[in-house]
Design a protein around this ligand. Sequence first.
Ligand code: TXA
Ligand code: MG
Length: 323
Amino acid sequence: MLFFNEFMLMRVSFSEAVNRLNQGQVVAVPTETVYGLAALLCQENAIGEIFRLKGRPACNPLIIHVGAVEQCLELCSDLPPDFMKLAAAFWPGPLTMILPIQPDRVPEIARAKLPTAAFRLPKHEIARQLLLATSPFVAPSANLSGSPSATKPEHVEKDFGAGFPLLDGGSSLHGVESTILAHVDGAWQIVRLGALTAKQIGAVLGYLPECAVQTRENPISPGQLLQHYAPKAKLTLSLNAYESCPQKRPVVVGYGTREYHGAKRVYLLGDTIDPEQAAYRLYALLRELDLEGVESAWVDMDIPVEGLWQTVRERLARASLSK
Ligand code: TXA
Ligand code: MG
């Protein structure tokens, strides 16, 4: 007879995930960017549980995931210009938009008491079906606050335990989070770099969205000021050639198209012409460093400053900041 113990994996079926969400429980769900910890927007206790589970500060609002644009419109008030254009082009997909909401329709706990909320319509088939079978849900990335995001079921189990209810949807296609846009001072600006590039968004808007300047006094997106995505290993980012690395036999995070003679071990992000692959591998690689007890690594940053590489660079930069 099977009985539950902590070593048994709690991969739940689709219908069990639907039941659990409807009953006010938190379930880890796949999306095309990274795994999320989902709770229905109408279940405030479950939303509170997400903050507790992640160790997430209450001032950091969550993204509301919807199954259709209409569900988003029901929760919002004045929509910024070009919202429909962006939704038509990129939803379902890895784009999140910050929108003004109707305060009585979006619980304060989900939006950290802000007059706006973040919305996204995910493309992952399981996530979409789940949204259509339930109702809008909030879903932050399914990692402990500050740790690398989860792109595989085993990453979620590492952070929350093997007994945590998880809907298995395989490895996340993009491997980095959605790009977040906010309409500020008359134009859409990028408040978090992500899976969608500025160029892709610019092609739809007719102008290239700039990266928002964020300060402690003016944090357009509160989460962007928090320490993030970091493994335990100390990462040293280097624009210089590997030959100039002062360390003897370093552990290297680099690219298959390059030689790192004498390195103790090389962790590959792929090759230097494939930013999609680097993004896809990034968090799994950072987690692997921890699993293997790596204390420090030299990171090859001689990569382009454009497109999806910008997102990879930004995540590596944050991962290198000490906790
Ligand atoms: O790809 C993704 O977006 C994933 C998957 C699971 O959908 N989710 C995700 O959620 O990355 P999370 O909670 O890890 O990041 C949400 C970010 C935070 O930086 C938060 O500060 C910002 O969105 N955010 C949420 N609501 C906001 C608002 N009203 N104004 C500004 N920023 C907001
Ligand atoms: Mg996150």
